[in-house]
Write a protein that binds this ligand. Sequence first.
Ligand code: F6R
Length: 364
Amino acid sequence: SKGNHRHYMLKEIYEQPVVVAQTLKSYLQRMEDRVSLPVPDFDLSAIRRVTIVACGTSFYAGMVAKYWFEQFARVPVDIDVASEFRYRAPVMEDEGLMIVISQSGETADTLAALRHARVEGQKIAAVVNVPTSSMAREADLLLPTHAGPEIGVASTKAFTCQLAVLAAFAANLARAKGRLDEKAEKELVRHLAEAPAALNAALAYDESIESMAHLVAGARDVLYLGRGPDYPLALEGALKLKEISYIHAEGYAAGEMKHGPIALIDDQVPVIVLAPSGPLFEKTVSNMQEVQARGGKVVLISDYDGVAAAGEGCIATITMPKVHPLIAPMVYAVPVQLLAYHVAVAKGTDVDQPRNLAKSVTVE
Ligand code: F6R
C-alpha cells in the first residue's frame, strides 16, 4: 500500500534510507568494516575486464559504477545500453566479467545481452531486485538489491540500492586484485555505511524542493549538468523529469556545455547543476558560471559549503548534507527524484503510471 503517501513513487523515495541500509547490511561486515560478498565459483582475481550492460535508470547506476571499478580495482570497464550492445560486435576477451543491472531482472535487451556474453565465455554477475527473475537465475554470481517491490514505474529506490551493491562489489573486486589494503577497505566501508543517514538528511529537504518546483514546472526544456560520478545523476534527473512530467530534459557532462548545448541557454531554460563538494566542484562551478554569464537560470544542488561558495546568482539552491564523494551519487539521487516528483504533481500528470511506459520492458 501507499501508506500515508500520495503516490507509490513518493513512498518509494522515502523508503530509501531503510532499503539502502538493508542492502548494505548484506554486503558489509560492520564488525570489522570489511566488504563481504557471496563468493563466486570463478576466480575474481583473474578478471581483467568488466562489461556493464543495462537500460534506463539501471544503466545510469552502471555509469556511476564504472568510475568505482576503474578507480578502486583499476580494471578497464566497458559500458553500453543493452539495446546497442547486442547489435555491435563487442570484443569480449577471456577473463571478462559481464555485469548486468536490472530492477526487474526481465528486461528483454539486458537478458539477451547476458545470454550473448555467456556464449562469448564471459562470467556473469547480475545486480537484480527481483530474486526469482530470469537474470537472477542465469547469472554465475547473483548480487541482489534489497529494495523490496518497486511499484512506481519511475525507478527510484532500486537505483540507490543498485549503487550500494555496485560500490561494495567494486571494493570486493579491488580487494581480490590486491588493489585495496585493509585500511582503505575499512575507510570505504565506513563511508558507505553513512549512506542511509545521509539519505535521510537529504529527504528533509522535500518541502523546500516542493516549494521551488514551480520554477521548473512551467519550462519547456530543462538541462541537468554534472561531472564525474555525478554526471550520470544529471542523466538520471533528466530521465525522471521526462518520464513523469513530460517536460523535455537533457543531462550533460558539465564540461560538454561549451561544445554545443550552451547555445540553448536563455532565461527560459532552467539549468539544474549537481555539484557536491569534492575534487570536481570548482570545475563544475566554472561551467555553471558560463551558463549564468549567458543569462541561464541555475538551480544549484550542492552541500552547505558549495551553496555558500557558489549559490549567489542562482534562482534557487538545494542544500544537501555534506558527504564523502563516494556516496554523493546516492544522496544526490534524492533531490532529482523529488524535483521530478513535485514538478509532475504540479502539472497534474499520473506520477505512478506515466503515459506510454511499462514497469517491465519484455520486448526488444
Ligand atoms: C526509469 C525506468 C526505466 C528502467 C529500465 C530498466 O525510471 O524505470 O528506465 O530503469 O526500463 O529496467 P530494469 O532495471 O527493470 O531492467
